[in-house]
Design a protein around this ligand. Sequence first.
Ligand code: SF4
Length: 381
Amino acid sequence: MKALSAVSAFRCLGAECADTCCQGWAMQIEPATEERYRKEAPDLLESVTGPAGQRHMKRNPDTDFCVRYEGGLCGIQKQHGEAFLGDACFFYPRILRRAGEMPLMSASLSCPEIARLALREGLLSYQDVPEPPRMPQEMRSYAEPDMDGAAMMALHEALVAWALARPAEEALLDFALFAEHWERDRSAAFTRDTIMTLRSSAPKAEKLAVDAYRLAHCLSVLILASRRKAPPRLERIEQDILEELKVGVNPETFMIENKAQDFSAAQKLEAGWRAHKEVMAPVMSRWLAAQVSASFFPFGGLGAGAYERAVLLALKFAIFRLGLMAHAGKTSEANVDEAARVAQGLSRFMDHLADPALSMALYKDAGWTQLSRLRGLLASG
Ligand code: SF4
């Protein structure tokens, strides 16, 4: 099977983890694992809750940790061994899927160690590895009517490599141009020549002063709409952005409060970012390659079709970059470790949204589903 090099290097940080996956998430338990508990470890049954089809580990209502979390480690693993973990806990942060018949393993930036391996170490190439002895009970399969698994993988790997080889802003525009074209002509190949032709007829960038504020608004609305308190890392990212833009969000109306329509804070933020842009460019390229890999773009991820997925990816990037800009504005610093923190905090929220309908409605309202506006937004950093 193919596996991302970051997955091969990954070792769980356990008690040292800065944002453990054992807190804040309802980790699913599939029927086969619950059945195993029934037969071999009935004491574990009391830790599982939820209706049929949505069974998951209980969480401590005071701490939001899994009830089996013990001093930084998993109590089930400690007492019964890792074979008793449900698939979600056993495989996280690995993401397993099939491209046609070909199994494929990538990883989520929502894990701090994966964020570090991807952004700092740049472990973002695919390798052939033996299939692990345990595979998930259920694995999502991706199939395209006119492509086999090898062809899907070849296109996907070409996009990962493209992301790594140029500024993320440029690669994202290329992805959107290609995705739009490919939806009309499925025989189009992702080659340099195709991209150069598409670039030559791309619409001009349409940038608006209000864009950074609308972006901040999107993030805040998505957090408010989730009806859950933002985890600390996400809350800090949101606060840094709002403070640097000198605005607030009204929790009743969900509106940004910038009554004076003063956009100078965003201009200042953008001007300050220029000092960090060059050094952070490779980190942002790695972020993009990691996201392409994690979502199996252009075949997987949220969004109806390749173009919508490209738009969602570009918007996720714009929010990530705004988070970096806000941190740099606040501290006059930008480095890969802070980028990994921002990437992980956002990924933990944005990569786990179940439905893109609200995001797409917000982005459409801002005009960013049009190529000219998307190009303007990408040019803002
Ligand atoms: S988030 Fe990653 S490093 Fe942290 S506890 Fe979970 S798997 Fe381990």
